[in-house]
Design a protein around this ligand. Structure first.
Ligand SMILES: [Fe+2]
Length: 164
């Protein structure tokens, strides 16, 4: 069954949004590595892999609905942050943006009475809630850290979490 053109285009555009998210996280990982924060780097790499997986799921869904995914140009990701807090604000805002976009896609699918697409998108909602909440929690913890020593403790904690 063919997808409605508007829905197909919106889903196809989202493929590149997830890819851009993945590349942004990779850029953050590269930055964290240079800063000596291997825990944060592992965390960002794990998030990058998550967004890459989401992208693949959108490509596969489009394919299942007989639509060939195409890729848009993605902007070069930001690569510098003045502090870990600034980097975490960036990550949190990115998750909020992804959450809003998924929500908008669900609304679009529902308005078009495309319940298959709505069901497909529903699978992303729990993950998106978790990713956003985790990002917010990490930002809060970074804000609680008064100095570099505090950041290093968080870095060690998330190194263990990212490995698990
Ligand atoms: Fe995602």
């Amino acid at each position: 069954m063919l997808l409605d053109n508007t829905i197909a285009k919106a889903l196809n555009d989202h493929v590149s949004v997830e890819l851009a998210g993945s590349v942004s996280y990779l850029s953050m990982a590269a930055w964290a590595d240079i800063e000596g924060l291997s825990g944060f780097a592992s965390h960002f790499r794990k998030e990058a892999a998550g967004e890459y997986d989401h992208m693949n799921q959108f490509v596969a869904y489009l394919s299942d609905r007989d639509y060939q995914a195409t890729f848009n140009a993605i902007p070069a990701p930001r690569s510098q942050w003045a502090s870990v807090e600034e980097a975490m604000v960036h990550a949190y805002e990115m998750e909020l943006d992804l959450t809003k976009r998924i929500n908008d896609l669900v609304a679009q699918a529902r308005a078009a009475s495309d319940y298959f697409t709505e069901a497909f998108l529903a699978g992303f909602i729990p993950q998106q809630i978790t990713d956003t909440a985790e990002s917010e929690e990490l930002l809060k913890r970074v804000r609680m850290a008064k100095d570099g020593q505090g950041i290093l403790i968080i870095d060690q904690q998330i190194a263990t979490q990212a490995a698990g």
